[in-house]
Design a protein around this ligand. Structure first.
Ligand code: SD4
Length: 315
């Protein structure tokens, strides 16, 4: 396959994540190891407030992480609403490899992590706590389009009160979804997030749900999603994208079709939110599509090529 190995991931911070994944891929490593190492970068980044450490908390002030991982054999593991552990993706991988289960959530996920060598940490940083306290003043829950892309200025009027806008009008980042193909031609994927900021305690998004936030089929391709998870779950988005690729759709067209399903189901809501899909097929072709302008992804095929690509958009 031309362009193999390859790794693609959501948003501009995907470049740093891709670079870490590339270190493994370029040595002939396994895609599974690459995607885990890749998404651990934003998980540990104190400046990224919607993945891992320093993620924005839920409305009760608790940082709860969602993550899932899937390999070339169709094995998968997931954690939902995991607290106190930065590297949710590594716990998800351990669920996959060390248990007969696919998902562990809440206290059970934490208990499992601590029993398997993860340390209990405080993930709420002073900065995130401040943003939460600011949000508490109005407690308005309104997801802001393209919160993940810091160079994007919203045009949807969502500026009246935006708790996620940091001083200086800097937009913050969000979920990372990453899919990769290694030198052997095998596919894997990973997805990790602290979810929608100031969500109800216990809320799970699409990111820990196999088929919604991530899906990998080694015969066909892999897909992941970002944005308002509820809408992605309703169409089982990433699985849909992979199945469309199985029918012969190129990656971008498959992502477009999934986005159109969201619009069709709820046209007025679709105008006000962001959802983006990113896909990679067995030929090493990749593409993305989203509801609103502003979604981009990072694609890396060599040490010197780790580029940002704008996703085409519906509106
Ligand atoms: C969620 N899909 O929890 C995540 C959030 C996200 O870019 O992807 N934002 O619904």
């Amino acid at each position: 396959v031309k362009g193999k190995p390859i790794v693609v991931s959501t948003w501009d911070f995907g470049r740093a994540a891709n670079a870490a994944a590339w270190e493994i891929l370029k040595k002939g490593g396994r895609a599974l190891d690459a995607v885990e190492a890749g998404v651990r970068v934003p998980e540990a980044d104190p400046n990224n407030h919607t993945v891992g450490y320093s993620g924005y908390p839920d409305r009760d002030g608790r940082v709860t992480l969602d993550a899932c991982i899937m390999d070339e054999h169709g094995n998968c593991g997931s954690v939902g609403a995991l607290e106190h552990v930065t590297h949710a993706i590594s716990v998800a991988r351990m669920v996959m490899e060390k248990t007969p289960h696919v998902m562990l959530v809440g206290d059970g996920a934490l208990q499992f992590a601590l029993a398997n060598g993860f340390q209990k940490e405080n993930l709420l940083t002073p900065e995130s706590e401040k943003a939460w306290k600011e949000w508490l003043k109005t407690s308005e829950y309104k997801p802001v389009i393209n919160i993940e892309n810091k160079s994007y200025t919203p045009t949807n009027g969502a500026t009246a009160f935006n708790p996620l806008m940091l001083p200086g009008n800097v937009y913050n980042h969000d979920t990372i979804g990453m899919v990769a193909m290694d030198a052997e031609g095998n596919l894997s994927g990973a997805c990790t997030t602290s979810g929608m900021a100031f969500k109800l305690h216990g809320r799970l998004g699409d990111s820990p749900i196999i088929g919604a936030g991530l899906y990998v089929d080694n015969e066909v391709g892999a897909a992941t999603s970002t944005g308002v998870g509820e809408e992605v779950i309703k169409i089982v988005g990433s699985h849909l994208v992979v199945e469309l690729m199985r029918q012969g759709y190129p990656p971008e067209k498959a992502c477009k079709e999934a986005v159109e399903r969201i619009v069709k189901r709820s046209p007025s809501k679709a105008k006000e939110i962001q959802v983006g899909f990113l896909a990679l097929n067995k030929k090493g072709e990749h593409g993305a599509y989203c509801l609103q302008k502003g979604f981009n992804y990072a694609a890396c095929t060599s040490d010197t090529s780790n580029i940002l690509i704008d996703g085409k958009h519906y509106f």
